[in-house]
Design a protein around this ligand. Structure first.
Ligand SMILES: NC(=O)c1ccc[n+]([C@@H]2O[C@H](COP(=O)([O-])OP(=O)(O)OC[C@H]3O[C@@H](n4cnc5c(N)ncnc54)[C@H](OP(=O)(O)O)[C@@H]3O)[C@@H](O)[C@H]2O)c1
Length: 330
């Protein structure tokens, strides 16, 4: 099968299209034929090891000290079950699914094995393959942080970086949970963020939300520009900062903040669970959640897609297609 492989950390050019052995599902696994995958901020970080301050060595320990341990990137995908292992019974051949392989990666390939009890769920009928491929990374990250931050209906939530993959998911999910949502983005993304149903949009090139006197129950920082030192005055008593992106020194303040104030800083990695994928699929089917799609690139041009995502300016999700959608659906 064809896969995009990288042998060393570096710029997008390290990604090479190669012929590799097609995987065979173990007893508890399913083999999925990939129809679409995405280029996430996570893929670009693991490719380049351009990680937040303090995470360089930790990332090498996690992903390979001198060279990548997993040669195939790709965190999420959508596709069709091609075969199942001897003991697998939750899915059947032909099922249309989407999956999050998370740090195990491996979705930049024509076929991908996943444990059937892992983060795999049936694809919502009303989403295209492209939309389904982009359902899990931003969605599960936002869900994981909202769960840890104990988001409640009626709370005031500010999403800093509201136009990215995590931000667009966080805005939609916070609204679903009954929050009053403010989105922060650049001028170019004001209309997009407004279309997601926020009550207020703040254009950060014109207004600094930390200086406008408003206070929030939850601040979700996906841009890394609102650490506790900047955002504490914008948190109500009992408020929580969900630090999706932040450097290690800022994250290490979290216990001290909890001990010395009524506020909390919640940081660290998000984990995607199968039940979260099923929940996101239900919301998508009910029309409550839809991944925002920016650009599409064919599989062969994945390095170009990485170059674009490296700019940090994507809107929602960037999709990698394996075949034109009409051919897949025919
Ligand atoms: N903790 C975890 O487990 C976890 C999980 C997933 C992702 N992350 C991290 O979270 C970050 C966001 O991920 P993503 O996938 O959503 O990235 P993304 O899709 O690339 O989006 C980043 C967004 O940040 C916005 N931005 C840039 N500068 C900004 C500023 N000064 N103020 C407000 N917004 C600004 C950009 O919008 P404009 O063009 O409008 O500026 C862009 O839409 C990444 O760094 C990723 O590594 C962490």
């Amino acid at each position: 099968m064809k896969a995009v492989v990288y042998e060393r950390y570096g710029p997008p050019e390290v990604l090479q299209l190669q012929e590799v052995e097609k995987p065979t599902p173990k007893n508890n696994e399913v083999l999925i034929k990939t129809h679409a995958t995405t280029v996430t901020s996570g893929d670009c970080r693991v490719r380049s090891l351009n990680v937040p301050v303090g995470f360089g060595f930790i990332s090498r320990l996690a992903f390979g000290l001198l060279r990548p341990r997993h040669r195939i990137l790709g965190l999420e995908m959508a596709g069709e079950i091609e075969s199942i292992g001897n003991d697998a019974s939750q899915f059947k051949v032909g099922d249309q699914v989407f999956a999050l392989s998370d740090t195990a990666m491996g979705c930049y390939a024509e076929y991908k094995c996943m444990p059937e009890g892992g983060a795999v769920a049936l694809k919502p009928h009303n989403l295209t393959w492209d939309e389904a491929a982009a359902l899990s990374f931003g969605g599960t990250t936002a869900l994981s942080f909202f769960r840890r931050g104990k988001l409640r209906s009626g709370e005031k939530v500010l999403v800093n970086g509201a136009s990215g993959a995590v931000g667009t998911a966080a805005v939609q999910l916070a609204r679903h949970f009954g929050a009053d949502v403010t989105g922060v983005c650049s001028t170019a993304n004001v209309d997009l963020v407004r279309s997601l149903g926020v009550s207020h949009v703040i254009d950060y090139t014109k207004e600094d939300f930390t200086q406008n006197g408003e206070r929030y129950d939850l601040i979700v920082d996906t841009a890394g520009t609102a650490p506790y030192s900047r955002s504490k005055a914008s948190l109500k008593e009992g408020g929580r900062l969900l630090m999706v992106l932040g450097g290690l020194p800022d994250m290490l303040q979290a216990p001290w903040v909890s001990m010395t104030s009524s506020k909390k800083v919640i940081a660290g990695p998000a984990f995607g669970r199968a039940e979260d994928l099923r929940f996101l699929a239900e919301l998508a089917e009910a029309g409550e959640f839809k991944p925002v799609i920016d650009r599409h690139y064919p599989f062969e041009q994945i390095a170009e897609a990485h170059r674009y995502v490296d700019t940090g300016r994507k809107k929602g999700n960037v999709i990698i297609t394996f075949e034109p959608e009409e051919l897949i659906q025919a």
